[in-house]
Design a protein around this ligand. Structure first.
Ligand code: NAD
Ligand code: MG
Length: 333
């Protein structure tokens, strides 16, 4: 049976007398820092010297210092800079200041699992990985709720790494929703697999192919957009609320029959075989090596692909259509 920890399984007093350093003030960083502070923990945010976030952190009522200062001063260091820069930030600005008995924490296992960061002996290495974007981690906390998270222990020098990690998880609100125990390996491999084959890669490829098919056959781009992108959220919301069976209960029988008979022709045994290959590239470290080399080269392929995708016709029509929907978040238009 999977182990899930809730409010009564975690003790915030474990954090008493401990200084928590949050490195990075982006999506996850700001949410962790503010939630922990509101939960009564002693938090300082670590930024690089000329970071544009410096003023924002102060305005949010938090202490701030350079990464070096915060790493030196903290007992628990949560590393929330982008995964591609974590190795460099750790090697140059955190490792020199780590002392026996400290804890370093991550919100994603990539750098530990793929051996980019080599943690010294004598410290705890753990993970609290919220299963949601940072702005939700903050918003739902202020509403008295929480975003679920994963917990994993890579190194347990103190023999109390789990208690510390769970106290941290409680401090950001995640024990309200549940914290599932996992390993760095499972979290890293399932996270990469999910974002590649379904959540990000799978779904956008499906939307683009369906959109292009309709437009190439002379249908209005607006109709194609509504059908293939806009409506996706409504369907996914139903599955989120009540599973596939609830979604199918809500749709017409015509839609349900088309679902059973045509869906498996689109995502077929070849698709599943490709998913298997993609999973193996993750497990063998091939994907990680490719991405690390790409970053070392300055991201030429990544930047070209980003450009190509921004220039897809669905971007332009989507902007026009969303501009008419006043209730959508302006930032994302
Ligand atoms: P982000 O890109 O939103 O923020 C990163 C922060 O680090 C920014 O404040 C940036 O200014 C700072 N930064 C960048 N380079 C730096 C450097 N060299 N030195 C110091 N600071 C630097 O990152 P994020 O999305 O919050 O991701 C942080 C971690 O959380 C990652 O390990 C990621 O995998 C994990 N995570 C993210 C999400 C998510 O939804 N975004 C969800 C779960 C886990
Ligand atoms: Mg993920």
């Amino acid at each position: 049976m999977a182990k899930i920890y809730y409010e009564d399984d975690a003790d915030l007093s474990v954090l008493n007398g401990k200084k928590i350093g949050i490195i990075g003030y982006g999506s996850q960083g700001h949410a962790h820092a503010l939630n922990l502070k509101d939960s009564g923990a002693k938090v300082t945010v670590g930024l690089y010297p000329n970071s544009p976030s410096w003023e924002k952190v102060k305005k949010d009522g938090l202490n701030v210092g350079t990464v070096d200062e915060v790493a030196k001063d903290s007992n628990i260091i949560m590393i929330l800079v982008p995964d591609q820069v974590q190795k460099q930030v750790f090697d140059e600005h955190i490792a020199p200041f780590i002392e026996t008995g400290d804890t370093i924490m991550f919100a994603h296992g990539f750098n530990i699992h793929f051996s980019q960061i080599d943690a010294p002996k004598g410290i705890d290495v753990s993970m609290i990985a919220p299963k949601g974007p940072g702005h939700l981690v903050r918003r739902v906390y202020t509403e008295g709720k929480g975003v679920p998270a994963l917990v994993a222990i890579h190194q347990d020098a103190s023999e109390s790494a789990m208690a510390t990690a769970l106290a941290y998880g409680k401090g950001i609100g995640s024990t309200r929703a549940g914290i599932l125990e996992t390993t760095f390996r499972e979290e890293t491999e399932t996270d990469l697999f999910g974002e590649q084959v379904i959540l990000c890669g799978g779904v956008t490829s499906l939307v683009k192919a369906a959109y292009e098919t309709l437009v190439e056959n002379g249908y209005q781009p607006e109709s194609a957009y509504f059908e293939t992108l806009h409506e996706l959220k409504l369907i996914v919301d139903l599955m989120y609320e009540g599973g596939m069976e609830y979604m199918r209960y809500s749709i017409s029988e015509t839609a349900e029959y088309g679902d059973y008979t045509r869906g498996p022709r689109v995502v077929n045994k070849d698709t599943k075989a490709e998913m298997q290959t993609i999973l193996e590239e993750i497990q063998t470290g091939e994907f990680a090596r490719e991405w690390i080399v790409e970053n070392q080269a300055g991201q030429p392929k990544f930047k070209a692909l980003r450009e190509k995708n921004i220039n897809h016709p669905i971007t332009k029509i989507g902007k026009e259509i969303r501009a008419m929907m006043g209730w959508l978040n302006n930032e994302s238009k």
